[in-house]
Design a protein around this ligand. Structure first.
Ligand code: UDX
Length: 447
């Protein structure tokens, strides 16, 4: 098929490259000429394992091209995917300006029947607005449908998630739209296909992310209880996760959920519920629990250091999660300014995301960007772990301890266990394990 893609961010670029890889002819549009030029040269604009090779191969095969001209993506296309951003507005609602702009762009360029498909995460009933906008601008004779085909891509595994999905959700309200999308997916995928209405498909996407967020906040509440009971939350998570009705994934307690999706989709769903007169209390509680995680971590850091001012603090992890360079919604965006305001001297390291933080917080006398975890730890009074990189799990603890001025680790992602850290001679604070730390009364105040 000939496919047009609007938007070359995480969802749009992965969708473009993977659909081309499946043999379709893909024309992807972005308003930013620099992004179009970079991608056209075969350079990926995002950090996604497997993407660079597919990008180059499909450009070379002539199945994939990038352009700033919308007409190139519409003329002759069978399906047009809307993959533009839907960032949160200040009130939490999804900002649909980019979606509306694509609808306005498509309308005058329709050259025969088109299927316009929402791939971006949008509030329920957005398709109606897209349809209304196109109809209003293209006139009563225009032939088109609007469908929903949400993506369930995780950053760091997006290519695999696209090519090996758990399920495909197709929301279509006409037989023609349904058939086109089934023709697109059936030949290459044998996973379950959920065929439903457009509004249902829109809601499935937001509900999926809100549930994932709820699962994380639930285990984080249990994590706090585990700390007070001196119980290991990871064992509790394993004990409940073996029940297939619960499942073991997304039960890692710690600093909670960040990223560009879960927080914004949860906020947007809260607004959809409120606008439709449905109590959003449970969803708001998921948000509240999540936003309290970093405060809990910083409170442990203050307990461990007593005085933060002038202390050297190593920060391991800038990305919102491992295997990505994305810092949107990352805990580091709260912890770094907090430590700077508290007068600490920061030594920051992340395997992939440091450049993006440097753009916000350039190095200065109180902030240096290290080239390794050990360099960050050198001379540190405390080390804070914010991202669950495997590289941090395999740190040489003996070497780390020898480099630090005081062996204090605040582990926001529970990468280690109290027993292991105590054996290595660390004061160890985590979220859900109970702390291995000398009480102030017995260790510091005694003469
Ligand atoms: C998420 C959804 O998983 C994906 O289906 C959707 O399409 C986009 O949003 P992503 O934002 O890339 O994907 O990251 P994800 O792997 O879901 O992690 C989100 C956040 O939750 C991260 O900050 C991660 O650290 C945190 N998390 C994840 C936990 O705190 N505990 C867990 O057990 C899992």
């Amino acid at each position: 098929m000939r496919l047009g893609i609007f938007g070359t961010g995480y969802a749009g670029l992965v969708t473009s490259v993977c659909l081309a890889e499946l043999g379709h002819t893909v024309t992807a549009v972005d308003k930013d000429p620099d992004i179009v030029a970079t991608l056209s040269q075969g350079q990926s604009t995002i950090h996604e394992p497997g993407l660079p090779e597919l990008l180059v191969n499909n450009i070379k095969a002539g199945r994939l091209k990038f352009t700033t001209r919308s007409e190139d993506a519409i003329a002759g296309s069978d399906i047009i995917f809307v993959c533009v951003g839907t960032p949160p507005r200040s009130d939490g609602r999804a900002d649909l300006c980019q979606v509306e702009e694509v609808a306005r762009t498509i309308a005058p360029l329709l050259d025969g029947y088109k299927l316009v498909v929402e791939k971006s995460t949008v509030p329920a009933r957005t398709a109606r607005w897209i349809s209304w906008t196109i109809r209003r601008l293209a006139g009563p004779e225009a032939e088109f449908d609007v469908a929903s085909n949400p993506e369930f891509l995780r950053e760091g595994t997006a290519v695999r998630d696209f090519l090996q999905p758990d399920r495909i959700v197709i929301g279509a309200d006409s037989g023609r739209a349904r058939s086109l999308l089934l023709d697109l997916y059936r030949p290459n995928f044998d996973c379950p296909i959920v065929l439903t209405s457009v509004t249902t498909a829109e809601l499935i996407k937001q509900t999926a992310n809100a549930f994932l967020a709820a699962k994380i906040s639930f285990i984080n509440v249990m994590s706090d209880l585990c700390e007070t009971l001196g119980v290991d939350v990871a064992t509790v998570a394993r004990g409940i996760g073996l029940d297939p009705r619960i499942g073991g994934q997304f039960l890692n307690a710690g600093l909670g959920f960040g990223g560009s999706c879960l927080p914004k989709d949860l906020s947007a769903l809260i607004k959809v519920a409120e606008e439709n007169g449905v109590d959003s209390g449970m969803l708001k509680e998921v948000q509240r629990i999540n936003s309290a995680r970093v405060e809990r971590l910083l409170s442990k850091l203050e307990t461990a250091l007593w005085v933060v001012r002038h202390k050297v603090v190593a920060v391991l992890g800038v990305a919102f999660k491992a295997n990505t360079d994305d810092i949107r919604g990352a805990t580091s965006l709260t912890v770094v300014p907090w430590l700077r305001a508290a007068g600490a001297n920061l030594r920051v390291y992340d395997p992939a995301a440091m450049q993006k933080l440097e753009a916000l917080y350039p190095p200065d006398d109180h902030l240096m960007y290290a080239q390794s975890a050990c360099e960050a730890a050198r001379g540190a009074h405390a080390l804070v772990i914010l991202t669950d990189w495997d590289e941090f799990r395999s740190l040489d603890l003996e070497r780390l301890r020898s480099l630090m001025r005081t062996p204090i680790v605040i582990d926001g992602r529970n990468l280690f266990t109290p027993a292991k850290m105590q054996a290595a001679g660390f004061e160890y604070y985590s979220l859900g394990h109970g702390d291995v730390a000398p009480s102030v009364e017995t260790q510091r105040i005694a003469p």
